[in-house]
Ligand binder design. Structure first.
Ligand code: FES
Length: 151
């Protein structure tokens, strides 16, 4: 006879505990994989909506400096190199999506998450785990700022 006041057996308790632990483990492993697999779709949607960004007064950015900005919803960076060239790149690491940083003293773009590095002039992945270069943008310096547009 089975009733609602019957104590839970050790076997039932262990089965429930193992099932709950398995569900937690699956969620912990599955969510990052889901985010990794969906990020290209999000990337495409984010970029499709915006074709150009005007950065007011960015033309005054000192040589050897970087300006972080948003291209749509994505982080991006405008670098004014010491030789007076300008480069704008997507700032989302192509490995697992961390935001990258420009290191002016080394003239490289570095990802703190896993040590990936990119060429600060081309966005080419030069060391570490990133599988692809950073997406470049077209830069046009104008009288009152800098226009950044999709390549
Ligand atoms: S997320 Fe940038 S190196 Fe891994």
């Amino acid at each position: 006879m089975s009733g609602s006041n019957e104590p839970v057996s050790r076997r039932e308790f262990l089965r429930t505990a193992v099932t709950a632990a398995g569900a937690c483990y699956a969620a912990a492993v599955g969510y990052p994989v889901f985010r990794y697999l969906t990020s290209p779709a999000e990337q495409a949607m984010s970029l499709a909506a915006v074709t150009e960004v005007t950065l007011q007064d960015a033309h005054t950015l000192a040589a050897g400096s970087v300006l972080m900005f948003k291209f749509g919803s994505r982080p991006a960076m405008l670098i004014h190199h010491k030789d007076d060239t300008w480069v704008a790149l997507d700032a989302v690491c192509t490995h697992l999506g961390c935001t990258v940083q420009y290191q002016p003293q080394r003239d490289v773009i570095h990802c703190n998450c896993h040590g990936g590095e990119y060429d600060a002039r081309t966005g080419k992945n030069i060391s570490g785990p990133p599988p692809r270069p950073l997406r470049p943008y077209v830069v046009k310096v104008v009288d009152n700022g800098v226009l950044v547009s999709r390549a």
